[in-house]
Design a protein around this ligand. Structure first.
Ligand SMILES: Nc1ncnc2c1ncn2[C@@H]1O[C@H](COP(=O)(O)OP(=O)(O)OP(=O)(O)O)[C@@H](O)[C@H]1O
Length: 777
């Protein structure tokens, strides 16, 4: 049991026996005032500890699905993501004042005027949704007709006056959105013609070459979607889809939505302008009628709403396809052409795939579009013959959109993905966290699936907050190879970048703390859990709930056992600290996720498994207990907080001597993020907060070589690898434990003595050659 005096003269308790201490105080003399226990910066007595969960009510906002009543949040918590107060979901809002004259419809919310935005959608779902809709009793066919009166009362279709290219340019620039045509497009064709001609003439001067290469990546200015209310009038999305967007509380599109929706929902000429393919006759008409005409590569910050950006167009185009199919139905036989899946969404982890499926289902309510998360035991239809059941009598998955990890989908597809009929009908593929899916770890699986999609009209979109040029190149090559293998005409590939590429969100505070040793890190983490100092504006306190990232599963487990008793039983005790990693069963993983979403878990220790895509809205921060193994990993880890424009998230990175050679990667990201923040705040960021990393430190840190970076990415910091890497001494140094070396040695000796004695006993039996049958009475 550890007991110290805190800085404010309060008793500071750590260790497993905290509850016994409180009981002891009370038993000895009830008159003795109960000690104050600091937890995460607040003082609690044993009486009010019991109500700690209620006091931390904003924790309930962790879950996407919890319905929160407006105005129930504690004012004091308002600066943290867990406060869940209405906020502008945009990272780079238009601050130039309301230039909304171009809007014809009333009630169009300006980007910065979103005080009534309900992030959690619950209120609207409760108040605004029709009973029939909640019960799911309205069929897809009724959707646009029967419900229109009901729907009219809930959502207002906004109309927009035409936005000219200059205005589009201005809006896109203000929101830091850059759209580039990487390949394909009419202009490209024209260019290659010109190139051929000029090659023949052999009159190319160096001066002429330069502008041509610059032209080869023209910028596009798609007509931005400044309000979800305009989607119906502009792109004819179904009433059900429009209502679902509205009922989820989404009114103002985030930057990535603002830029990608017109590209994915609009006609080719709408999306690509003069660069659209098929400018002549029948070709033009065909392309105008096609649902989505381009492949898209999107790089947008963490928590900026990429899921919605790809899900809305998917649901819309699949509804359109369904309508087209219904028109093409052979009236006599009343048979549909193909009823299997038309789209797949791939994500690297089960947690993320399941989250995407859930979000998608909320948007697809009453649209007739079915979304399924692919699990173990599911299988896809292998041939175009009617329904085949597998050996266990399970029918193939029937859904419009499949959401899966690459491996689960490969299992569902069978041994020969190329021969799987279901894959041949896939029209859309979305790669979420595309850079991981195309990274060596997942590359073979992802490309096997991609190359098995043989539909000539397949459209692919790749999404992530980080995308190296090698990944972009690989995507281009795969598209080109597929095109030539299937003899397909060129199609446009567009890249959309929001903000500064490969950078951390600017709305969180970064702290880079030197802890010297492993012991120092443990102390640092305990200090975060039980801060004894007073928070200053320059060092914001990280309050639960937060995530703690370690390098390996073993370290996550070890840290979990260390911290297990750090939260007093009266406040929930060991149930408040949990560990999540890929070594756990699916059920255990699901259970931890559910507990975290329900705010039952306050400190979740995990590996990079949770660093990608997973959205816990109310996570107040992230602790990098072990430094991430790349700059991209840092961006994604810290991006678990500060989502959808929420402010007040804190990212703490603890580093030791062993990390010094690599930490500059992280320091650079922090410096860039702080710079962006300062710039956006017009230089009004105060004191220390001005830079999470001081310039002198940036200058002093060594720059890791390319080789070092590669090794770090592949293996992490050597001393922290499983079994401590090769270096035994290093392994001891990197151990997570508060036990003194002496105590560990005594324990080790005892363990070894027991093992030796057991061996002797077993060995004795063998030596004698006879089995010892014990003494007779
Ligand atoms: N227009 C919007 N208005 C308000 N909230 C939004 C909007 N769009 C998305 N959100 C919310 O933002 C959060 C983050 O969205 P999402 O998980 O799609 O982010 P992401 O860009 O995929 O992040 P990551 O890169 O970490 O995967 C979600 O809670 C989502 O509900």
């Amino acid at each position: 049991m550890a007991m110290q005096l805190g800085s404010a003269g309060m008793v500071y308790l750590t260790g497993p026996r905290i509850s016994r201490v409180i009981a002891m105080f009370r038993r000895q003399d009830p008159a003795i005032p109960t000690p104050e226990i600091p937890i995460c910066g607040e003082s609690y007595t044993s009486e009010n500890l019991e109500t700690i969960s209620d006091q931390m009510d904003p924790l309930a906002l962790l879950t996407r699905s919890t319905r929160i009543k407006k105005g129930s949040h504690n004012q004091a918590q308002s600066a943290r993501p867990s406060a869940g107060q209405p906020a502008n979901p945009q990272l780079f809002p238009d601050t130039s004042g309301p230039s909304r004259k171009r809007k014809r419809g009333a009630n169009v919310p300006a980007a910065q005027d979103v005080a009534s935005l309900d992030f959690f959608g619950g209120q609207n779902l409760e108040d605004g949704t029709s009973k029939a809709q909640r019960e799911g009793s309205i069929s897809e066919d009724e959707e646009d007709v029967g419900r229109s009166n009901d729907g009219e009362a809930q959502i207002k279709d906004e109309e927009e006056a035409e936005i000219n290219e200059e205005e589009s340019k201005q809006i896109l620039r203000q929101h830091k959105i850059k759209v580039t045509l990487l390949e394909g497009g009419a202009q490209d064709d024209q260019q290659s013609e010109d190139e051929k001609r000029s090659k023949k003439k052999k009159k190319k001067s160096k001066k002429e070459e330069k502008p041509r290469s610059a032209k080869s990546k023209p910028s596009l200015y798609p007509n931005p979607v400044t309000s979800f209310g305009t989607l119906r009038s502009r792109y004819g999305i179904s009433r059900a889809l429009a209502e679902n967007i509205h009922n989820q509380g989404y009114t103002v599109p985030t930057e990535v939505q603002l830029g990608s929706l017109p590209l994915l929902l609009g006609s080719p000429t709408d999306a690509l302008g003069p660069h659209a393919l098929g400018q002549n006759g029948a070709e033009k008409e065909a392309s105008q009628n096609s649902v989505t005409s381009l492949d898209l590569l999107t790089v947008a910050p963490t928590g900026s709403g990429k899921t919605l950006a790809f899900m809305i167009p998917l649901i819309h185009v699949l509804q359109q396809l369904r309508r087209q199919e219904n028109q093409d139905v052979d009236v006599a036989s009343k048979k549909r052409t193909h009823s299997g899946p038309k789209a797949i969404v791939l994500a690297p982890t089960k947690e993320l795939a399941s989250q995407i499926a859930n979000e998608g289902r909320k948007l697809a309510l009453n649209t007739g579009i079915k979304i399924t998360y692919v699990k173990k035991g599911m299988h896809l239809q292998q041939s175009d013959e009617p329904q085949e059941e597998d050996e266990n009598g399970v029918p193939p998955v029937k859904a419009d959109i499949l959401v899966s990890t690459p491996l689960s989908l490969l299992h569902a597809v069978g041994d020969e993905p190329k021969d799987c009929a279901a894959l041949a009908h896939i029209r859309f593929m979305v790669l979420d966290e595309a850079d991981v899916l195309l990274d060596p770890l997942f590359r073979t699986q992802t490309l096997t699936l991609w190359n098995s999609l043989t539909s000539p009209s397949l459209r692919v979109s790749l999404w992530s907050a980080t995308m190296g040029s090698n990944i972009e190149q690989l995507a281009k090559e795969t598209l080109a190879t597929r095109r030539s293998a299937l003899s397909l005409p060129p199609s446009p590939l567009v890249r959309l970048v929001v903000g500064l590429k490969d950078s951390a969100v600017p709305n969180i505070d970064h702290q880079l703390i030197y802890a010297a040793t492993e012991q120092g890190k443990l102390m640092g983490l305990r200090q975060i859990l039980h801060p004894t100092g007073i928070a200053t504006s320059s060092s914001p306190v990280l309050r639960p709930p937060f995530l703690v990232f370690t390098q390996t599963i073993e370290r996550a487990v070890a840290l979990h056992s260390e911290l297990l008793y750090d939260i007093p039983p009266e406040a929930g005790g060991i149930s408040r600290v949990a560990v999540l990693h890929s070594g756990l069963s699916d059920t255990a993983r699901d259970s931890v996720m559910t507990r975290l979403r329900k705010a039952e878990v306050w400190v979740l220790i995990t590996t990079d498994l949770l660093s990608r895509g997973v959205d816990f809205r109310g996570i107040n921060g992230v602790v990098n207990y072990d430094v991430p193994n790349s700059a991209a990993a840092y961006v994604h880890r810290v991006g678990r907080t500060g989502r959808a424009g929420r402010k007040g998230g804190v990212a703490v990175t603890l580093y030791t001597k062993e990390d010094v050679p690599y930490i500059k990667n992280v320091a650079n990201i922090i410096a860039a993020s702080q710079k962006l923040r300062e710039k956006d705040a017009g230089g009004q960021v105060e004191g220390e907060r001005k830079g999470g990393v001081q310039q002198w430190l940036l200058d002093a840190l060594p720059t890791p070589s390319k080789k070092d970076k590669q090794i770090l990415k592949k293996r992490g910091v050597e001393v922290r690898r499983s079994q401590g890497g090769k270096d035994e001494k290093g392994a001891t140094k990197a151990r997570i434990s508060t036990k003194a070396g002496f105590v560990r040695r005594v324990e080790n000796n005892r363990r070894q003595a027991i093992a030796a004695s057991r061996e002797r006993k077993e060995g004795g039996g063998e030596e004698s050659g006879d089995d010892f049958g014990g003494f007779d009475d």
